[in-house]
Structure formats: structure tokens, C-alpha cells
Design a protein around this ligand. Structure first.
Ligand code: E4P
Length: 216
């Protein structure tokens, strides 16, 4: 399973990248706004900076919701860097645009997926990635990991090439569950990635080894 970081924060991207396990970055308009990135030029420059920091796929989301607007915006985003993946919402014009991008050699990440039916449509349109939001599904009282399992199974049976990118990760256990469910990618906040490191027995064991090392 590939590890992406789900943030537009450059310090967090740097920290995750320095761990040596980072395969890419996902952003969205909320994450960009949180970093205070305002105006088209600043947004484009920020994506370029991220592309120069991380050697992997970088998802940049369109904010248009009509076919023509999505295509125009996506073409500009894709021109920033070869690693840009255009993030397109799961709406009717979004699916049409994903098909257009597929036919024109531009890779897409279909975002805001909450059902297997939506994942089938994205795959049919040729999306490179489908992003089911598992945390938001859990928040609404359903089971996000179960949706990952279902999509992975359908894609395997049907031979779809679209990669399942588990998004809206809330904790380290989500990452483990997504790996077990067969997700191709997990995009995670830095805290959840670092949370994988933690185990009290590791801390106790290390303290004992260091204490005994003084007697060596
Ligand atoms: C990533 O591609 C999504 O935009 C993100 O994971 C959404 O996460 P959230 O539900 O924590 O906002």
C-alpha cells in the first residue's frame, strides 16, 4: 500500500517525506485554505512547491462544477508538473470530465466517493484513483472500511485499473484496516502516520535495553 500525506502544510509534508516512506500528497480546497493560500497564482505556486518537494503523485483539486470549467481548470493544474493528478468531484459533470481527461492523457483522482456505485462510475470513466472518504462515513454512523473492502472486491472482479485511495483517515488503526482491506493507497494526516510508530512495550523495551547497555 502506498502512503500519501493528506495536507497542504509544507512542514508536515517535509517531515513525512524525511521518514522515507512517502509516495505522494493529496490536498483539497479546505486544506489549502487552512494554510492561508489565497488567489490563483498562490495556489498554483503552492502546488508547484509540493511537486518539487515530493517525488510522487500530487492531487490538486478543481473548484469548478461544470464540465467546461472542470476541463479548463484541470488542464492548467496538469500543466504545473507531470506528477499532478487532477482531483475531480463525483458529480455528473465530474464523471464526464474524468472521461475527457482519460482520453487526453491527464490522470485524475475522483473525490468525495461514498458508495460502491460511485466507485464503479469513476472506474468506467478511467480515473487513476478513487477516493472513498472513510472517516466521514464512520462519522455518519456507517462503516468506512467496509466500503473499501467492497470497492477492492468489485475492482478485482471487474479488472478495473483504478487505484483505491482510502481518504478521510482519522487514526492509525484506519491505516492498518485499509491495508488489510486491500487499499492501493492510504492518504493520511501526519499524526496518523506517526501514530503507527507508537507502542508502550516498544518504549519500555527500549528503556530497559538502554539501561542494560550501561552494564555491557
Ligand atoms: C483527501 O483526498 C480528502 O480530501 C480528505 O482525506 C478528506 O478528509 P476529511 O474528511 O478529514 O476532511
Amino acid at each position: 500500500m502506498k502512503f500519501f500525506i493528506d495536507t497542504a502544510n509544507l512542514a508536515q509534508i517535509k517531515e513525512a517525506n524525511e521518514l522515507g516512506i512517502l509516495d505522494g500528497v493529496t490536498t483539497n480546497p479546505s486544506l489549502m485554505a487552512k494554510e492561508g493560500i489565497k488567489g490563483n497564482d498562490a495556489v498554483m505556486a503552492h502546488y508547484k512547491t509540493i511537486c518539487e518537494m515530493v517525488n510522487g503523485d500530487i492531487s490538486a483539486e478543481v473548484i469548478s462544477t461544470d464540465f467546461k470549467g472542470i476541463v479548463e481548470e484541470g488542464k492548467k493544474l496538469a500543466a504545473i508538473h507531470a506528477n499532478i493528478v487532477v482531483k475531480v468531484p463525483m458529480i455528473k459533470d465530474g464523471v464526464k470530465a474524468i472521461k475527457w481527461f482519460t482520453d487526453n492523457g491527464i490522470r485524475t483522482n475522483c473525490t468525495l466517493c461514498f458508495s460502491a456505485g460511485q466507485a464503479i462510475l469513476a472506474a468506467k470513466a478511467g480515473a487513476a484513483y478513487i477516493s472513498p472518504f472513510i472517516g466521514r462515513i464512520d462519522d455518519s454512523g456507517w462503516d468506512g472500511v467496509q466500503l473499501i473492502e467492497q470497492i477492492v472486491q468489485i475492482y478485482s472482479i471487474q479488472g478495473y485499473k483504478t487505484e483505491v485511495l482510502a481518504a478521510s483517515i482519522r487514526n492509525p488503526n484506519h491505516i492498518v484496516q485499509c491495508a488489510q482491506a486491500g487499499a492501493d493507497v492510504c492518504t493520511c494526516p501526519l499524526d496518523s502516520i506517526l501514530g503507527l510508530l507508537k507502542h508502550p512495550l516498544t518504549d519500555i523495551g527500549l528503556a530497559k535495553f538502554l539501561e542494560d547497555a550501561k552494564k555491557m
